[in-house]
Design a protein. Sequence first.
Length: 710
Amino acid sequence: MSTSPGMSRRTFFKLAGGGIVVFVGLGPLAAHSQDAKRLYPEDFNAYLVIGENGRVTVFSGKIEMGQGVLTSQAQMVAEELGVELASIDMVLGDTDRCPWDMGTFGSLTTRMFGPALRAAAAKARVALMTLAAKKLDVPGEKLVVKGGIVYVAGEPNRNVSYGELSKGARIAQVVDQKAVLRAASEFRVMGGSPTRLDALEKVTGAAKYAADIRIPGMLYARILRPPMHGATLSQLDTVGAEKLPGITLVKRGDLVAVLHADPEAAGVALGRIKADWHLPEANVNQESIFTHIVKHSGELKNIVNRGDLAAARVGAARLFETSYHKGYVAHAAIEPHAAVAEIKGGKVTVWASTQTPFPTRDRLAKILGVDPKNVRVITPFVGGGFGGKSESGQAIEAARLAQIAGKPVQVAWTRSEEFFNDTFDPAAVVKIVSGIDHDGRISLWDYSVYAAGERGATSFYDIPNAWIRSAGRTSYDPAAAETSVHPFSVGPWRAPGANMNVFATESQIDIMASAAGSDPLAFRLRNLTDSRMHRVLQAAAAAFGWKAAATPSGRGFGLACSIDAGTYVATMAEVKVDPANGKVKVLRIVCAQDMGIVVNPDGAKMQIEGGITMGLGYVLTEELRFRGGEILDRNFDSYDIPRFSWVPRIETVLVKNDNLAPQGGGEPSITTTGAVIANAVFDATGARMFRLPMTTERVRQAIAAKNAKG
């Protein structure tokens, strides 16, 4: 059944066969998207259907990649509709069946898509209650609903089920304004932590990912890759590959691939291809990249400009001028990119591990030269994305090869290809000049960020004189490699840019607190009037057992806070540092978050824990080694991601705030991880870390340099 966005109600009912259907206007959800309006001129999308069997089918353009939205979205619908969670069927990320969606990223699912989904369910509840009032011959205000059954208040034997009300119905409701949603005090499903709807499939191995899809007659593809980004093919010899039985060779422009019914045979054939490449000059590496970034980032653009910085410099009691650096980081998701493409009867169907099914569909249509309505992207479970599965290059490769070969084709990247083709979190530089007055208040903040972007760059502290600027978050341009900011592709990486900006900002705050002889918590509270951040900081301190002391105290305690995706975060950490070898052992982390209404507390805590654990990587070890466009790290033997033995005791505190709609939960906790550990290392050793990751050698050198200065 196809329910493409923009499909008319008449067509939808013809395919659905009836029931109660709730549409939502395209405008409220995607008014910013001119592409959506152009492609889908009819102004509504199906969100949910209540069928004659009483089951509720929810159509969502979002995808499940481990973050738990399969369950939390079902909870929101169950809550507003008044049904059991077990009665809901979720359809995610299918461009022929779900409403248009820009993609799953930015911690947007719950805080941006959630309200529309809840409104659709609330609208359906009103429609069903109206039908029930008529059937039971009572005023609507006398009705209550529980478990998908509408009762007359005080007369439980007088009832009718949603399924009965849907029989023979052909009713459409359009959500075109804000619906009346249940208050947090009324919640029965939201605010709870049911077993995840995908739990059984995932623990038993039954869950299907893109690489698990099998189509009759499918061929496996192996693709010729250049040795480095920017390389061009100068000579190609495919004779050895073509001699192998069952091989289909594809040579189409920049695409050279071998196809075979056996993936291992395809790999053997790829190894028989001889290729010579013209290699560009390698003019940067992981050490020289920072100078290159600042040089080629272009003009700094103002984000904030208030007060009089020149006067503030003259009047400051102390000035602090510092620079912070961070290298490139890979996404390193557990599931490499994979896709299966089939072209049949003029219809292109692609099963892909992607965070962006609808944008991917539109890119495929353009590249293949077909109407977007003839392209369908189906998203199975995705084994981690973190922003890295937004471009979906493997889906494009599979579709091109299927079009050329005339057969279904699977493209599954190897781990080496995963590293090579990654859109890395960009290396970045932040330069700060800050100052405090004689009362220990921040009087000056001159902040310039290169290549990390604006997320997390603005300050929530009370600073009268502030100038914040940004430059250089641009993509790799192979045609102008020498002047490109980056020597290969970059892109979003869990809380893109915020990890660097919060590391720099919260490290600088700690530097000023130490210079003022102030406890880091007291210094922050003195320079903050944001009551919400005060509550979160105090909640973290209470859970941690924070005792006031100026740094460095030798205890190894650190503090950092941020605002990300609408969520307020305060994190405290305890570390132990071996000064002889520079090894940092994180012993304990407490993270407090005010994220508004919490849809699924266990899910929220898992996201906090996952963000912190992933953050240990970019903080302590993860840094891509490269030589120009040559990627030197191609597997986990040299690219070191967090291990179970690294993970400290993590305590989560969900600060209650039911007066605020649900906010983002997938990314905020990772933003403070760099700063909180750096600040804890300083408290333990007196050595300040200005570069991420804080490798053992860098920590050892910083301690030695501090000791040499006395």
